[in-house]
Design a protein around this ligand. Structure first.
Ligand SMILES: CC(C)(COP(=O)(O)OP(=O)(O)OC[C@H]1O[C@@H](n2cnc3c(N)ncnc32)[C@H](O)[C@@H]1OP(=O)(O)O)[C@@H](O)C(=O)NCCC(=O)NCCS
Length: 150
């Protein structure tokens, strides 16, 4: 069966985030993160609702992603993951592009992500540009990367 994109839920994505993407993570995994694009913490971000997405094949999750606002005009793309056996086949790009297509962005909105250094070129291929490097967070160092929507 053809792999299928659909929206998902935090409870469905959480096992993948905790066992595959962030194994051994010390900070709790919440459905949204209170980090702003400048790396400062802002608990008002908790009031935004996240959107989750997955690509599945025969009831198996091949890829996941999520997005949530971090301010009026900024959205964080978070928790992007593709199963090890399925990497390099376009699923990462596909789940992100289809998730972003489901969000009613306005012109000028900024989507940002915290990229592990070895993934910078992946994010460049989907339109993100490096903003700054940070060593403040687990699984880093990271580059904050941004894409301004036209
Ligand atoms: C990063 C990740 C989500 C990419 O997903 P993927 O399905 O392997 O990527 P895709 O096949 O959609 O790749 C899209 C393009 O980016 C390229 N690419 C993918 N990963 C890359 C990487 N790490 N470095 C450079 N280029 C990369 C692909 O070659 C492809 O190029 P093309 O369009 O010219 O053919 C996946 O490798 C992954 O889950 N890694 C482990 C978890 C992780 O690190 N998540 C991200 C945290 S920042």
């Amino acid at each position: 069966m053809e792999p299928l994109f659909s929206l998902s839920t935090f409870s469905e994505i959480l096992p993948i985030w905790s066992h595959q993407l962030w194994p051994g993570r010390t900070s709790p995994i919440e459905s949204v993160s209170c980090i702003k694009s400048n790396s400062e913490i802002d608990i008002s971000i908790m009031s935004y609702s996240p959107v989750f997405a997955k690509i599945t094949s025969e009831n198996r999750i091949l890829a996941v992603s999520s997005i949530h606002q971090t301010s009026f005009s900024e959205f964080r793309l978070r928790g992007n993951w593709v199963s090890e056996q399925h990497r390099g086949q376009g699923y990462g790009k596909s789940v992100i592009n289809q998730l972003m297509a489901a969000i009613p962005f306005k012109t000028g909105d900024c989507v940002w992500t915290m990229a592990r250094l070895h993934n910078i070129d992946f994010y460049k291929k989907i339109g993100f540009r490096e903003d700054y490097r940070t060593e403040k967070f687990e699984f880093g160092p990271h580059y904050v990367m941004k894409r301004i929507l036209s």
